[in-house]
Design a protein around this ligand. Structure first.
Ligand code: ATP
Ligand code: MG
Length: 348
């Protein structure tokens, strides 16, 4: 895609701005540069030609691409990712901690051969950190240089693209090929930031008062995650496809552990997964996620464990559970019960 970013705002510094076509009507050069493999903004109703071998050609292809990155999605998640790509809609992922919300963005980027741009949200996240800021030092230098040479600088010249420092949201619009943009833990940001995101999520564009509107020629694949520490606003949800990530069932969790830790003994892997699945049926304050299962597996490898026994479980519960009340609840009789269940299942 040769023409990446359109300038269509009132403050476009180019003198030829008035002769340009409005944002949604591309020039002949824009149209010539459209790729047949992406649904471009100039031809929104033309279904792009996707080669059968492309990782986004089907749900199976997406799932296979993710699996090649050792990320094993459920069928529903692979479908959501496929639709997000084909419909060019952001994908909002919610779910319990450690269920793969963040990891899928990196896996998708690697599977699709795109770069990953990450925006970590936090309370107080502002435009300057999330989208762009003007390089005031460089602007001052430019003014000083102009004064030394007895030139005058107009505001238009000082608010040109070259004085703009790109932060993740703007980078996501200007990077080619279109990257994967991860907006992680949106629930940690303030509500005004969500309001600011609406234009970006709906039209893949940013309005910069001094410069105009910058829009991506090919939209990035946007993955948003939330841990539901507060509800994400309906207006954001409306612009996204939504998927809830649950804890995986035993078969998929075992497959993930085997994929992530190929050297782990198969029988021990089954015991680990069985034990963690059993723990998730106990009424705990914080249930262990996939991240904890993988951490526990690595810990047991480090301890040269060959199978689960009460002493090993007792001494490593802190890898799985992070609240003392939960540890107190599981250790002792509950752990013994879960280990007995595992033995019964293994004999069956
Ligand atoms: N489907 C999966 N296949 C393979 N690995 C997975 C899968 N889901 C999660 N993981 C692994 O589990 C770990 C935790 O995943 P991740 O950090 O993405 O969870 P999260 O949902 O973002 O957690 P949090 O809410 O705490 O940020 C990572 O190591 C990730 O690679
Ligand atoms: Mg995460």
């Amino acid at each position: 895609m040769a023409v990446l970013v359109r300038f269509c705002g009132p403050a476009d510094p180019s003198p030829s701005h008035r002769q340009r076509r409005p944002a949604r009507f591309p020039s002949a050069a824009d149209v010539r540069s459209c790729s047949p493999h992406t649904r471009c903004r100039h031809h929104p109703n033309v279904r792009p030609a996707v080669p059968d071998s492309a990782p986004d050609s089907s749900i199976d292809a997406i799932a296979a691409g993710l699996q090649a990155q050792a990320y094993l999605p459920s069928r529903e998640l692979a479908t959501a990712a496929f639709l997000a790509l084909r419909l060019q809609r952001p994908l909002l992922l919610e779910g319990a901690p450690g269920t793969g919300k963040t990891a899928i963005a990196a896996a998708l980027a690697a599977a699709l051969g795109r770069s990953l741009i990450r925006l970590q949200c936090y309370e107080g996240l502002d435009l300057a950190s999330a989208a762009y800021e003007w390089n005031y030092a460089r602007q001052m230098l430019e003014i000083r240089l102009a004064q030394a040479q007895d030139h005058q600088r107009t505001a238009d010249e000082l608010f040109a693209r070259r004085f703009l420092i790109e932060r993740p949201l703007l980078q996501a619009l200007t990077t080619t090929p279109a990257p994967v943009l991860l907006i992680d833990e949106l629930d940690r940001a303030d509500a005004p930031f969500e309001a600011f995101l609406l234009e970006f999520l709906a039209d893949f564009q940013l309005s910069i008062p001094e410069l105009g509107t910058l829009a991506a020629a090919t939209p990035p694949l946007v993955v948003l995650t939330s841990n539901r520490s507060r509800e994400v606003h309906d207006a954001v949800k409306r612009r996204c496809l939504y998927h809830w990530l649950d804890f995986p069932d035993a078969a998929r969790e075992l497959a993930i552990v085997r994929a992530r830790l190929p050297g782990l003994d198969a029988a021990l892997a089954r015991q680990i997964v069985g034990f963690v699945q059993g723990m998730r049926r106990i009424d705990l304050y914080k249930l262990p996620g996939l991240a904890e299962t993988l951490d526990w597996s690595r810990a047991l490898v480090e301890l040269n464990a060959v199978s689960l026994d009460p002493a090993t479980v007792q001494s490593t519960l802190g890898v799985l559970l992070k609240y003392q009340d939960d540890i107190a609840r599981v250790q002792g009789s509950e752990a013994a019960r879960l280990l007995a269940e595992l033995r019964t299942t293994a004999r069956a």
